[in-house]
Design a protein around this ligand. Structure first.
Ligand SMILES: [Fe+2]
Length: 332
């Protein structure tokens, strides 16, 4: 079992960071740290058990009806705070496709959204729907949902003291972070293909390799646009601190997307990323991954795995990270 985010490891490095970033980190360790599909690796924290007490879920697909009655006035206020904060920050940082999806879905700014109301717009746009789940779910269940154009969304919301730090995905991360891009037809197809690929990778024994693709694209991806580099990864758009760090900080590398290179690269779950991979378009991402991964997995076995902060001679480099504040513990 992998350990969940270690705040102490982050805090130990604060002295090395530029002041602006350090002050953000003191209040805002990354929330995207536990938000990926290598889900079985996580210790399930107490909050999941507590929030789900007395609720059941389907034994096979882990879904449940969104328990609207469980949301308190405090929950809705917390949602409104998170929503307002990210929406103030993301224009000019998040890509147009994300901002348009958020607008087209008419995601509620004041209350935890009603999943079924969102589904009417989502189904009409791309044939996807969201389903409520208790929290992290087994890999094979997660992949089966994606392969059938269903995105599992944790129904419960973090507590007010967790605005900037959460050990696992909640409804704000899952819904605000992931769902707007499902309104984009190309990204919607990419995520379905990922689900199909996930089931194959698990069967072939290469899930840790495929997980890097999810991590560096769906969770922490950047995209080049005519207006400049923008965010599309859910782990970033749902995190105040990483929304600033990924674009403004000198510390991380920013490298051009290349499938096999990315799939050789370890990553961090306990700090901001050391490297962000930048796509040119969602079509590039879809096309590059619309191949049979089986021979790629085999060839990757003969190639060295790269550290999260390594730069390879063949890389397309947009920015070489200053490495300031990088954790020196092992990458995942
Ligand atoms: Fe996520």
């Amino acid at each position: 079992m992998r350990e969940v985010c270690k705040k102490s490891a982050i805090m130990a490095k604060l002295a090395d960071l530029p002041q602006a970033i350090a002050s953000t980190l003191k209040t805002s360790p990354p929330t995207g740290c536990a938000t990926m599909n290598d889900r079985s690796a996580f210790v399930v924290p107490d909050i999941t058990t507590r929030k789900n007490q007395g609720l059941g879920h389907d034994a096979t697909d882990y879904t449940l009806a969104q328990p609207q009655q469980r949301y308190s006035a405090e929950d809705h206020a917390t949602w409104a705070t998170l929503y307002r904060r990210q929406c103030a920050m993301l224009p000019g940082r998040a890509c147009d496709e994300f901002m348009q999806g958020l607008q087209q879905l008419e995601v509620d700014a004041e209350r935890v959204p009603d999943f079924e109301r969102l589904n009417r717009k989502l189904l009409a746009a791309t044939g996807w729907r969201i389903v409520a789940v208790p929290g992290l779910i087994p890999d094979e269940v997660f992949f089966a949902h994606l392969a059938n154009r269903r995105f599992p969304v944790t129904w419960w919301l973090r507590e007010p003291h967790q605005l900037d730090y959460l050990q696992e995905p909640d409804v704000f991360h899952d819904l605000f972070g992931h769902v707007p891009l499902l309104m984009n037809p190309v990204f919607a197809d990419y995520l379905q293909a990922y689900g199909q690929g996930g089931m194959k990778a698990k069967h072939l024994g290469f899930l840790p390799v495929l997980a890097r693709l999810y991590w560096y694209t769906v969770e922490f991806g950047l995209i080049n646009t005519p207006q400049g580099m923008r965010i599309y990864g859910a782990g970033i758009v749902s995190s105040k601190s990483e929304s600033l760090y990924c674009l403004d900080s000198d510390s991380p590398n920013r490298l051009g997307f290349e499938l096999q290179r990315l799939m050789r690269t370890r990553y961090r779950i306990d700090t901001f990323q050391k490297t962000y991979f930048v796509i040119d378009s969602f079509q590039q991402l879809f096309d590059a991954t619309a191949v049979d991964f089986a021979p790629i997995y085999q060839s990757l076995q003969t190639m060295p795995v790269l550290g999260a902060g390594d730069i390879d001679a063949a890389d397309k480099v947009f920015h070489v990270g200053s490495r300031v504040g990088w954790a020196d513990s092992a990458d995942l």
